[in-house]
Design a protein around this ligand. Structure first.
Ligand code: ZN
Length: 409
């Protein structure tokens, strides 16, 4: 039996846990120490720390306090780890809590967070997903069921002070190019809701105002939201501080490439079973700047897809030069319009793309002026035939599919 070195209480506030933090800073005290070769379990709150409830009302998504996220378990010290090493993390398993067999997906309102398609879906909405072993389905999005590709949305090591300063400087510079923009261009440090783990009040008063927010992925990994970094993966993380300081959170039961809905994937509380090892001096030996990883030998098998193409021409018909962001948006919008023909609301279709194991690919970036991105929609997640045929999609409409997603208020 491996030890659970960090436990959480879902009935308590994240701020009452001193083994949790929500900012990146090199001075956040380690909460546990492990040795190379050890395996151990870590429990995690959901990324919002329980702000989103299992009900049919999206007011909690609309009113979420995004300055609080993400709540991470750690940091964990690894004996002998030094800057320049690679921390090798085997994600041996990830699981749900017996008494918390559900997760949530939603889109934030444009005024509070937004999302990839916020211009098209400006109001907050949410869907609740129930877990049945390795499968999930939602009372808010009928007609689909799929196996979870369970993974941590966020995992990485503490930054050095130099790296932290670099992050804050470059992100502030971007923010300052359009400080009034909604949603904002970057999430800057914010002391009021900083949770600095086991720091004393005096230490937190100094570190809180400069602690980096956990929203973007950065050189250390962090909030990469890579669905394929699932249980069974082996990850190689750059180490920047003595002891490495490994933290993890933002567990996802399942997610589509891009995590386009932003109020996540299927967000959940749960546990991660990990094993750590070190490659001394590995960053220079292998020229590692950002983490690399080996995927799991076991993944849900969906090998039939409908693939939607998108090009870098925006909704107004304007031509953009090799813009992959716009091309992927068009591929997603094309998939949503297609699914609406089967009776789904646009919001339900958006939720499917955010939660199911859809793949996103950059298919072409040289054929000027259009980039081509593709969205791969697995056909076997649907309880009806989603492929085109001569009879047309109305054949599959039975009136039960088009129920509203949890309404915005
Ligand atoms: Zn997430």
């Amino acid at each position: 039996m491996s030890d659970t070195i960090i436990k959480v209480d879902l009935n308590k506030s994240a701020y009452e846990h001193d083994t949790i933090h929500n900012r990146w800073h090199p001075d956040i005290p380690m909460v546990a120490t492990v040795k190379p070769g050890d395996d151990f379990k870590v429990e995690c709150l959901d990324w919002t720390g329980g702000q989103i409830k299992n009900d049919d009302d999206a007011a909690d998504v609309r009113d979420v306090d995004l300055t609080q996220v993400h709540f991470l378990s750690g940091p964990i010290a690894v004996e002998g780890a030094e800057p320049g090493d690679l921390l090798v993390v085997d994600i041996l398993d990830i699981g749900t809590f017996e008494d918390s067999q559900w997760g949530f997906n939603g889109f934030f309102s444009k005024q509070n967070g937004g999302g990839f398609l916020t211009e098209h879906f400006p109001e907050a909405q949410k869907s609740i997903w129930d877990f049945n072993g390795m499968f999930t389905k939602s009372r808010h999005v009928p007609g689909v069921e799929f196996a979870g590709l369970i993974h941590p949305g966020l995992i990485g090591c503490l930054p050095s002070k130099e790296m932290l300063n670099e992050w804050n400087t470059r992100e502030k510079a971007l923010f300052d190019t359009d400080p009034e923009r909604i949603p904002a261009l970057a999430t800057l440090p914010y002391e009021d809701t900083a949770h600095m783990g086991r720091m004393t009040a005096e230490q937190a008063a100094i570190a809180g105002p400069e602690g980096a927010r956990t929203v973007p992925p950065r050189e250390h990994g962090g909030n990469c939201d890579i669905k394929d970094l699932s249980r069974g993966s082996k990850v190689y993380f750059p180490v920047y501080v003595d002891g490495a300081g490994l933290s993890v959170g933002d567990l996802h039961f399942s997610q589509g490439d891009g995590e386009i809905t932003f109020c996540g994937a299927i967000e959940m509380a749960g546990w991660v079973h990990m094993r750590v090892n070190l490659i001394k001096g590995g960053m220079e030996k292998y020229a590692i700047k950002n983490p690399i990883f080996k995927p799991s030998p076991i993944t849900p098998r969906y090998d039939d897809y409908l693939i939607f193409e998108g090009i870098s021409v925006d909704e107004q018909g304007q031509q953009h030069y090799l813009d992959v962001h716009i091309a992927y948006r068009q591929a997603c919008l094309n998939a949503i319009e297609y699914l609406k023909k089967f009776g789904y609301s646009g919001a339900q279709a958006y939720a499917i793309l955010g939660t199911a194991p859809v793949q996103g690919h950059i298919s072409g970036v040289v054929d000027i002026p259009n980039a081509c991105a593709t969205l791969w929609l697995p056909t076997d997640i649907f309880e009806f035939d989603v492929k085109p045929n001569t009879a047309g999609p109305t054949e599959y409409l039975d009136g039960s599919i088009a129920v509203p997603l949890a309404p915005d208020l």
